[in-house]
Design a binder for this molecule. Structure first.
Ligand SMILES: *Cc1c(COP(=O)(O)O)cnc(C)c1O
Length: 373
């Protein structure tokens, strides 16, 4: 058989996404469903219901809007759809994904106030409080939950209390945390939360989802700045007849539904969190033993992804390191820090303890091959 794709075993993905998925999630895609098929519409309905439940909420107060495209499309859909022409967005920034939110808002000519912090520190809640108190023209506040640049976990509940007290609208990018960290939408005062199909739910790439407080969403009529990313119009389509307005990612939705069942079978978010925590703990300990230094202090570090400094040794070269690990069947990820040379190792996706031990052994062999000892 002639094929341009190697049929060799897939490499393990220690990245922030796309991630390694289970065989059964991939198998769920071996169907061609029409977008008006009753079975497909039921899958969409069930996905939307289950996501609200994962947010600790119920469908009287919160709703799910599914949006074609990767996670960034979901963020852009929300930001470009919910802020009125006279609105102003406060963006809390401690990494590249916070900067991306600012960039999206700027492209849509949304007035912004960036509040920047160091990449190794969480945004100071008191500064948020002071900023909101001093500028009543700020209508919306955006923050990243797990800043995947470093793996730091920002305290979304603390900001939520402040934003709610000041009566502003609260947006959280929980792309890389949702499904692995418990999130209570109500307790955190969240109006909009975005994540995507291919992170901790362990589905395949293809769409993002916004969990929205219905009352907030219904008050956004006329604010959308694009046609295809119009959040309210997308929601109205889904509510009316369970349909996407434009071609839905049918296969990715089937895979995602299977992934949600597998999350439940694993024991829900607490069990998944324990598996990722174990992956993280093994990584941190073994990397430290091999002389690597993590970028963050352990108390700020989450169990999603870890940034490690390049070793100071003159023989170390990241590209070589990366390729040698990839040849051994393990894919790691480059860094994204503005001021330090780091690479990243993810702890999420369908990876077990054994996969992590195998990566650690491969790193040890690779260092010795490179003469970095
Ligand atoms: C992965 C991720 C995104 C979205 O990235 P896409 O490549 O568009 O899927 C956004 N924010 C954070 C924090 C992420 O980890």
């Amino acid at each position: 058989m002639h094929t341009s794709l190697s049929l060799a075993k897939d490499k393990a993905l220690f990245t922030p996404g796309p991630l390694t998925t289970s065989r059964t999630v991939k198998q769920a895609m071996l169907r061609d469903l029409g977008s008006r098929d009753a079975a497909f519409i039921e899958v969409v309905r069930e996905i939307r219901r289950r996501l609200v439940t994962l947010g600790g909420a119920d469908e009287t107060e919160y709703t799910t809007v599914l949006m074609q495209g990767s996670g960034t499309f979901g963020i852009e859909a929300v930001l470009s759809s919910i802020i009125p022409p006279e609105g102003k967005l406060l963006v809390l920034i401690n990494g590249a994904y916070g900067e991306r939110i600012l960039k999206i808002a700027n492209i849509h000519r949304i007035p912004t106030i960036p509040l920047r912090f160091q990449e190794n520190a969480v945004p100071d809640p008191q500064r948020v409080d002071e900023t909101l108190a001093s500028d009543p023209s700020i209508t919306h506040v955006a923050v990243i939950h797990c800043e995947t640049t470093t793996g730091i976990i920002n305290p979304i509940e603390a900001y939520g209390e402040i934003v709610q007290r000041h009566g502003r609208v609260y947006f959280v990018d929980a792309m890389s945390s949702f499904g692995a960290y418990p999130v209570d939408l109500n307790a955190c005062g969240i109006d909009y939360l975005v994540s995507s199909s291919n992170k901790n739910i362990e589905g395949v790439p293809g769409f993002s989802f916004a969990l929205a407080r219905k009352a907030a969403l219904l008050a956004t009529r006329g604010f959308a700045r694009t046609l295809s990313l119009d959040l309210l119009a997308q929601w109205e389509g889904l509510e009316k007849d369970g349909q996407f307005r434009f071609t839905p990612p049918t296969h990715a939705l089937l895979a995602f539904y299977q992934a949600l069942l597998e999350l439940e079978n694993e024991g829900g978010v607490p069990a998944r969190a324990r598996r990722y925590q174990r992956n993280y703990a093994i990584t941190r300990e073994a990397m430290q033993t091999m002389g690597f230094q993590a970028y963050l202090q352990p108390e700020d570090q989450g169990y999603i992804i870890t940034s490690f400094y390049y070793p100071a040794h003159p023989n170390f070269n990241f590209q070589t390191f990366y390729e040698k690990l990839s040849d051994k069947g393990h894919v790691i990820y480059p860094g994204k820090l503005s001021h330090a040379d780091c690479f990243r190792i993810g702890h999420i996706g369908r990876l077990e303890e054994g996969d992590v031990h195998a990566l650690m052994a491969a790193i040890a062999r690779t260092l010795s091959e490179m003469g970095v000892v």
